[in-house]
Ligand binder design. Structure first.
Ligand SMILES: O=C(O)Cc1cc(O)ccc1O
Ligand SMILES: [Fe+2]
Length: 444
């Protein structure tokens, strides 16, 4: 994308207005009077718009989990030509059958630079995942690397919602609901089926995507923590209505049951003039996370850092949790403060947005921003040798951990890799070595 393109996107992203809250009823109109009053589907919608409901949950799901929005648009979504298959690029979907599930601990360097002209969609690269898109279970881990904005190209994913975690370069997300800006350190969520286009605010963009095939992400319960804390609902920002009245060919790419399908519309489907409802895209600034931890002793389980959780049919057992390791104080007395050694029934994919992570040595060949690690079900992991040695001897004065921003996609099913992830040149060799040389200290 030329500098001009970035400037246009930057201009559009300046001072965006938002509607705050999580799971609540928002409403927004780009033209006064576009929202019908007191009903969803009047005989004739205002301003000659078409009314359309977008359901993210079954009509009959309980109120607290029911998600739907009403869109008032220039053309109904139904007015589109036939979709035909197109190449899936480096995008893959569950069930993942390329490789046998691997019990080894694995770590990757960042994705290589993509060819010139790669946009967000073309730049998606699937690491692996679990479940089955046709069953609406499981998740996929994708990375992206892009150097161009999507132009006259719109994407929608019927297979799941997309949690986008930028690591490098800001994104302008033009969605059916309006515009969102997501910079590194923010996350953006695009609900299942919502059409959107990604424009780059910087020359290049890189990051991670959790494609959640399961139940939509919600805020975790707070239990004894009380009524506030962790990610606060008011810090989630939905867009305000903004529409494109564009009558020229626009390619719409639809991910459906694992494959990409394309159709060329004669107009932009980002033509929603007004909307209301509780199914919305949103952004959240991870630095707003209210970190709660031990102020006495011991290292709490990282579930205390859950930003969003996709519940499953079993209470407390998430299809996938999104967890952030945000800046915080460590004050535990007589405590080994970094993440402990452990084996977990859940599978852990970790990424790094910035700086360093407190369980792993930083720098070349280590756990680096844009890289990632996979510790599958029951694989033994924890602090590397250097971290263990230092933390075992450290003076336990209050310590601010503010030199990094890491996150985890933690899922109930093991992550099976794609062939491109197992064969990748950026897969590190010798990751096991970080736990070699842990000395024997036993004496009796
Ligand atoms: O493996 C990891 O680094 C993630 C993690 C962090 C932590 O503080 C406790 C357990 C855990 O799995
Ligand atoms: Fe872990």
């Amino acid at each position: 994308m030329s500098g001009t393109g970035n400037e246009q996107a930057r201009k559009a992203a300046e001072g965006l207005a938002y509607s705050a809250g999580f799971g609540n009823e928002h409403s927004s109109e780009a033209v006064p009077g576009a929202l019908p009053d007191g009903r969803n589907s009047p005989q004739r919608a205002p301003l000659g718009l078409y009314a359309e409901q977008l359901s993210g949950t079954a009509f009959t799901e309980p109120r607290h989990s029911n998600r739907r929005s009403w869109l008032y648009r220039i053309r109904p979504s139904a007015a589109h030509p036939r979709f035909t298959r197109t190449g899936n690029g480096n995008l893959a979907s569950a069930p993942f059958t390329d490789a046998v599930p691997d019990p080894n601990r694995l770590r990757w360097n960042p994705l290589p630079e993509p060819p010139e002209g790669t946009d967000f969609l073309a730049g998606l690269w699937t690491l692996g995942g679990n479940g089955d898109v046709t069953q609406r279970t499981g998740m996929a881990v994708h990375l992206y690397a892009a150097n161009a904005s999507m132009t006259d190209r719109v994407f929608s994913d019927a297979d799941g919602e997309l949690l986008i975690v930028p690591e490098r370069g800001g994104l302008l997300l033009r969605t059916e609901f309006g515009l969102l800006r997501a910079e590194p350190g923010h996350v953006a969520l695009i609900p299942r089926g919502v059409r959107f286009r990604v424009e780059l605010l910087d020359a290049t963009a890189r990051g991670y995507v959790c494609e959640n095939y399961g139940q939509p992400f919600v805020l975790p319960e707070l239990g004894p923590i009380g009524a506030n804390g962790l990610a606060n609902a008011r810090d989630f920002l939905a867009p305000v209505a903004a529409y494109e009245d564009t009558e020229r060919p626009v390619e719409v790419i639809n991910k459906f049951c694992g494959n990409l399908w394309t159709a060329t519309y004669d107009h932009s489907p980002l033509d929603v003039v007004a909307w209301h409802g509780n199914l919305v895209p949103y952004v959240y600034d991870l630095r707003r996370f209210n970190v709660i931890g031990s102020i006495s002793y011991d290292h709490p389980d990282p579930s205390i850092f859950t930003v969003l959780t996709s519940p499953s049919d079993t209470p407390g057992l998430a299809g996938v949790d999104f967890v952030v390791f945000a800046p915080r104080w460590l004050v535990g007395e007589d405590t080994f403060r970094p993440p402990y050694f452990h084996r977990n029934v859940m599978s852990e994919y970790m990424g790094l947005i910035e700086g360093a992570y407190d369980a792993k040595t930083a720098g070349e060949g280590g756990f680096v921003p844009g890289g990632g690690s996979l510790h599958n079900m029951m694989s033994a992991h924890g602090p590397d040798r250097d971290t263990f040695d230092k933390a075992s001897a450290a003076e336990l004065k209050p310590q601010k951990v503010d030199d990094g921003l890491a996150f985890m996609f933690e899922t109930r099913w093991p992550v099976t890799l794609t062939a491109r992830a197992t064969d990748a040149g950026h897969l590190q060799t010798g990751y096991d070595g970080v736990w070699q040389g842990l000395q024997r200290h036993f004496r009796r």
